[in-house]
Design a protein around this ligand. Structure first.
Ligand SMILES: [Zn+2]
Length: 91
């Protein structure tokens, strides 16, 4: 993780591709995803990424619902994905 700042920063999910690849073992930016809130489907790389120490939030660009949350905790990396209807790692 980069050093923390007090400002929320909006990026696209490509900016957190390295973190996602470490967690999932694949390039997630080209994986398809579906928003559980509004049903929008799109590549993970199109989601909006908000980096805020100590974690990252990915939001739906259509309805801005939180789709994925990743937080570094003392016990490990916590991944919350209740806003995701699915993620599909395409062959
Ligand atoms: Zn949505």
């Amino acid at each position: 993780m980069k050093e923390s700042t007090t400002d929320d920063r909006t990026l696209d999910a490509n900016a957190v591709a390295g973190m996602l690849e470490t967690l999932f073992g694949a390039d997630m930016t080209v994986a398809d995803s579906k928003c559980a809130a509004c049903g929008r489907e799109g590549e993970v790389g199109t989601l909006l990424a908000y980096t805020m120490a100590p974690g990252v939030v990915l939001r739906c660009p259509a309805c801005s619902a939180v789709m994925l949350r990743m937080v570094e905790t003392p016990r490990g990396t916590l991944v919350e994905a209740k806003g995701l209807a699915f993620v599909r790692m395409n062959r």
